[in-house]
Structures are given as structure tokens and as C-alpha cells.
Design a binder for this molecule. Structure first.
Ligand SMILES: Nc1ncnc2c1ncn2[C@@H]1O[C@H](COP(=O)(O)OP(=O)(O)OP(=O)(O)O)[C@@H](O)[C@H]1O
Length: 344
């Protein structure tokens, strides 16, 4: 099987330690997304797996093979790893079929494998087209077909959809996902886009400060992130100072029940919740709880809207509600779902 196991990986570039103790495991045949701030080393991690940079220490295993280990560094071409680089990087003077065939051993270049791969990425009939005659999305699909050509055990995708418009990105995500599933390869996808990570991947990892700060299923990293700064990367976060006492937190939203906050002591904490966990009701109804708030800002997105709501202590929280913004300014604010506490 093609399970990826990275342990204590350190990579230095020039004077800088870019990766400093990366631990990451990706199950065979699954797609893991890597999110993280610009310059945190996402591309460097892919390059270390592909064999284009040599780590200072640590191990990388793919299935039964050691790619990098103490005293061992396997050559890039012997790793069974295909890389789809950021810009796709097709050869402009070669047609589509020749670009895809480039990924194959010489004796297989004229075989049916090229048509099979173009079929897999939905580009049958484009064999003779040149890269400049293709759309951005089509070029990326050719780059993916080329990476999949030698039937790699692992495929690395470096922001493959970054340059594409939103509509194309949506359809291409689904196509790439299905091509990877058919190929049965384990995959790592580097992206800046949290929606892309959450919707496409089986697991999501956040790379920060040279390490993996968080790696879990999309639902768990979004709803119950164990690390505050990683939580900010996975979507908008409402943060409120609070006092934690016996599993409940006193904050500007009143007295709120807190989901398990491992490693957090009682006393001053920061609460983290998602804007859609704030629900609005009509103020003044007796006995229903919640906190009085005043809507100070409205942003309408069609499917939902974001509201800036001022709480009694003067702080402002952002709430996401479905459909149109309410007309009235005065609302009652309720919290639903798990709220996490983080050390302050
Ligand atoms: N050859 C090099 N020598 C020294 N530093 C380098 C070299 N190449 C990259 N870096 C630095 O290493 C860091 C990691 O770069 P990398 O491209 O891996 O980040 P990234 O997370 O992929 O960034 P982005 O999201 O902006 O694409 C950056 O700060 C970059 O400036």
C-alpha cells in the first residue's frame, strides 16, 4: 500500500530552517490538503517528498519504501512520486499527447496509455492540441495526466487551481478528485484556499512555524480545531476573552458551555467559535436567554450574510446567517454547537 509517513523532517534552505520537525501520516489512497501561511514551507515539503531538496534530518517513507532516511536518499525518479507543479509547466513546443507521454518510459510512449490518461482527465480528442490552444483548466488536466502517466504511488499537487476562475476551479476539483481516486494514488494537495481543502480532501493539515500544527478530518479541523492559530486558517473565527469555571465560560455572550478544552486551565481563556454558531432571535422574549446585540454592519453574499453585532460590553462579533440580513438592528444573540477554549 502507499501510505506516506514523514517523521521529524527538517529542511534548511540557505541559512533558513524552513521545515523544523514535520510529522505527517497520510493513509494509502487518500488525499490530504496542506494549508498554511505564505512562505511557511508548503512547496518545500512537496519538493522534499519528490526528491528535489535533501532534508537535513528525518525520514520519509512511502509504503514499504524509504525515500529519505538515515544515510539514505532515494533518487527522484525512483520514488514513485508524481509532482504537478504550480504553473502546470507543460512543454509549449510539444502537443498534448507528447506532453503526457513525456511522463512514460520511452518504450511505452506510443502505447494506448496516453489515450487512457487523456480519457481519465476528460481530454480525449485533444491529442494534437498545443498547450497555448488550451484553457488554463485544460492545461492543468494535461499536467495531471502527465504526472499520473507512470502510475505513481503518490501524487503531489502544488496549488493546481490557483490561477483559475471560481467556476472552473469548482468543476476541476471534482474531476481531479475522481481521476486520483481512479488512479488509486495517495495525494497531497497544497492550497491557500480553505474551502478547497475542506471540500476536496479526506484530511486537512495546517503547516505553521515549520511544523504540522493540526491534521485531522475536514469536519474536525473546522469544528474542533485543537490549535488557535491553526483554527484561524480554516475559516473565520469569532474570538472572545472569557473566564473558564467548571466547564462554563463567562464572556460577552453570557454564560456559555465549553467543549472539552484539553490542556487549558480554569481562569482567563480565549473562546473560539465559527460565525454560523451565532444565531439571532427577536429581543425581549421572556425566558429564552441569549444576549442583546445591535447589528452595526451587514455584508450580503446571496446564499448568506455576515453581520457585525455589537454586544453589551462594546465588543463586536461576526455572525453568519442564511439568506438576507435582518432589517431590525436590535437582536438577541444565541450560541449553538461546540465552543472551544484556548489558553490566553
Ligand atoms: N533557495 C532558497 N534559499 C533560501 N530560502 C528559500 C529558498 N527557496 C525558498 N526559500 C524560502 O523558504 C520559505 C518557504 O518557501 P516555500 O515556497 O516552501 O513556501 P510556501 O509555503 O510554498 O509559500 P507560498 O504559499 O507563498 O507559495 C520561504 O520563506 C522562502 O522565501
Amino acid at each position: 500500500m502507499n501510505r506516506l509517513e514523514i517523521h521529524d523532517l527538517q529542511v534548511d534552505l540557505g541559512e533558513r530552517t524552513v521545515l523544523d520537525g514535520v510529522d505527517l501520516e497520510v493513509e494509502s489512497g487518500t488525499l490530504a490538503a496542506i494549508l498554511g501561511p505564505s512562505g511557511c514551507g508548503k512547496t518545500t515539503l512537496l519538493r522534499a517528498i519528490a526528491g528535489f531538496v535533501t532534508p537535513r534530518r528525518g525520514t520519509i517513507r512511502l509504503g514499504a519504501r524509504v525515500l529519505v532516511g538515515p544515510g539514505q536518499v532515494r533518487a527522484p525518479e525512483a520514488r514513485g512520486v508524481g509532482l504537478v507543479p504550480q504553473e502546470g509547466a507543460l512543454f509549449p513546443h510539444l502537443d498534448v499527447a507528447a506532453n503526457v507521454a513525456f511522463g512514460l518510459p520511452r518504450r511505452e510512449r506510443r502505447s494506448a496509455r496516453v489515450s487512457e490518461l487523456l480519457d481519465l482527465v476528460g481530454l480525449s480528442g485533444y491529442e494534437r492540441a498545443r498547450p497555448h490552444e488550451l484553457s488554463g483548466g485544460q492545461q492543468h488536466r494535461v499536467a495531471l495526466a502527465r504526472a499520473l502517466a507512470p502510475a505513481p504511488e503518490m501524487v503531489l499537487l502544488d496549488e493546481p487551481f490557483a490561477a483559475l476562475d471560481a467556476a472552473l476551479r469548482g468543476s476541476l476539483r471534482a474531476e481531479v478528485r475522481s481521476a486520483l481516486a481512479t488512479a488509486g494514488a495517495t495525494a497531497l494537495l497544497v492550497t491557500h484556499d480553505q474551502d478547497e481543502a475542506l471540500s476536496m480532501a479526506d484530511s486537512v493539515a495546517v503547516l505553521q512555524g515549520g511544523r504540522i500544527a493540526l491534521h485531522d478530518s475536514p469536519v474536525r479541523v473546522y469544528e474542533a480545531p485543537t490549535d488557535l492559530s491553526a483554527a484561524r486558517f480554516l475559516g473565520e473565527l469569532v474570538e472572545l476573552p472569557a473566564d473558564l469555571v467548571a466547564g462554563r465560560a463567562r464572556c460577552a455572550l453570557g454564560d456559555v458551555e465549553v467543549a472539552v478544552a484539553s490542556g487549558v486551565d480554569e481562569g482567563p481563556v480565549v473562546l473560539g467559535l465559527r460565525p454560523e454558531q451565532l444565531r439571532l432571535g427577536v429581543p425581549g422574549l421572556p425566558g429564552v436567554g441569549g444576549t442583546a446585540g445591535i447589528i452595526r454592519a451587514r455584508e450580503y453574499f446571496g446564499h448568506d450574510c455576515l453581520l457585525g453585532i455589537e454586544l453589551p460590553d462594546g465588543s463586536v462579533v461576526r455572525a453568519r446567517v442564511a439568506g438576507r440580513p435582518p432589517l431590525a438592528d436590535e437582536v438577541q444573540v444565541y450560541v449553538v454547537g461546540p465552543v472551544r477554549a484556548y489558553a490566553r
